[in-house]
Design a protein around this ligand. Structure first.
Ligand code: SF4
Length: 393
């Protein structure tokens, strides 16, 4: 996280760039980007030592912290008032000290016969964020937000239009996961009892812009209970629009999460227009870093590519993309062309089906693995790039 951003009074902490210097990328800030104070400290935000110290303040011995961790990570439970293995006199205090309410459901939209659920959440300061649960026959994926809004300013994206309000805390990020895991565990999602199996950081925000909290959340999602929710790191996807220092840091962590890079264009000329961050880190720098991630993690990198009619979806674009990827060798990337979901009042529209097909065919012929990404949740505005946190009446 950049100190110069943190020390600049009217800027939120973005963690991406110092901003303001020649050539630096600056986050696009929302109208209400001013700092709003920090979210209440939650069990998930505390180190083990901090938890023990807090428990001590409440007159609780160390082993009580382990009990709380078992409830939180093992049973997705924060209702400390009802923890029957906990001293009755201390339950309310423990609930308040460790499990403040960080996210409150505002609305819930359901599609695909109850198997896609988009939830709008209000945070402690009134900020709105969203998460989307998608249940499939063999897996259940939750798409989560890591920032309020997004500062990357991609012109075709609803979230980008909002600008960045602030980073979310690890607790706020994790609470989206806990609530969804509990709903699956309790059989509240169509299809009966189940298990939340996959997490994608593709909701609101640029995860690398909030690296510290995102990484803390990744660790707590993937660790086995009572240290975490026990969702394999291999089933977690961290996406980025191409913040190269973030990709490098993630490579060095050695956690086998999948990396997804939102490329959206095969050349700098076009990408400069679609993804402003490209002016800071160009396609060569981004692809180099992504390929290094593949080499270090042995996990194929997802290349996300929103197909926009007449802009980046023609044969020449597919050919250039194939060439750029094949430059690094075979089979290291998986391209996910995504039909763009047009946002209201936008000049960017979805590709024609025949152009989508042609794009895929060209990639396949060049030996690139590519599958048209599922745009589940489209009828509730829940596909990627559309999480604009609109409060419904
Ligand atoms: S496409 Fe991704 S990085 Fe770009 S503005 Fe939207 S959410 Fe941010």
């Amino acid at each position: 996280m950049s100190d110069s951003v943190n020390s600049t009074k009217d800027l939120p902490e973005t963690g991406i760039t110092p901003g303001g210097t020649t050539g630096a990328f600056r986050d696009v800030l929302s109208k209400d980007h001013a700092r709003r104070g920090k979210p209440p400290l939650h069990f998930a935000d505390m180190t083990e030592d901090e938890r023990i110290a807090k428990a001590k303040d409440l007159g609780l011995p160390k082993f009580r912290v382990k009990q709380l961790a078992n409830h939180y990570y093992g049973h997705f439970d924060v209702a400390a008032e009802e923890f029957s293995d906990f001293p009755a006199a201390k339950r309310a205090e423990a609930a308040e000290a460790f499990f403040p309410t960080l996210i409150t459901e505002v609305t819930r939209q359901v599609a695909d016969e109850g198997t896609t659920i988009k939830t709008l959440w209000r945070l402690f300061d009134g900020s709105l964020i969203e998460s989307v649960l998608m249940r499939y026959p063999t897996r259940t994926t939750l798409c989560i937000s890591s920032q309020v809004g997004c500062g990357m300013g991609c012109p075709f994206c609803a979230t980008g239009q909002l600008g960045l309000t602030r980073n979310m805390s690890a607790g706020e990020i994790l609470e989206q996961v806990r609530v969804a895991a509990k709903a699956m565990h309790d059989g509240e999602v169509a299809g009966g009892l189940g298990r939340l199996s996959n997490i994608v950081f593709m909701g609101m925000g640029e995860p690398m812009g909030n690296y510290k909290s995102v990484l803390s959340a990744v660790r707590q999602i993937s660790a086995m209970p009572p240290e975490g929710f026990g969702i394999s790191a291999r089933n977690i996807t961290v996406s980025t629009v191409g913040v190269v220092p973030g990709i490098k840091k993630l490579t060095a962590e050695g956690i086998p999460v999948r990396l997804a890079v939102s490329l959206h264009a095969p050349s700098d000329e076009l990408r400069d227009e679609l993804v402003p961050m490209n002016k800071r880190f160009n396609t060569t720098q981004v692809l180099d870093a992504a390929h290094d991630y593949y080499l270090a993690s042995k996990r194929r990198v997802s290349i996300e590519y929103a197909l926009m009619r007449g802009i980046n979806d023609q044969a020449e674009h597919a050919k250039l993309l194939a060439k750029r990827l094949n430059h690094y060798g075979d089979n290291w990337a998986h391209v996910n062309p995504i039909p763009l979901n047009p946002i209201e009042g936008s000049k960017w529209t979805a590709s024609k089906p025949e152009d989508e097909q042609q794009f895929l065919d060209i990639l396949h012929k060049a030996g690139i693995t590519a599958t048209l990404r599922d745009t589940r949740g489209q009828d509730i505005d829940g596909a990627c790039g559309q999480l604009a946190a609109k409060e419904q009446d």
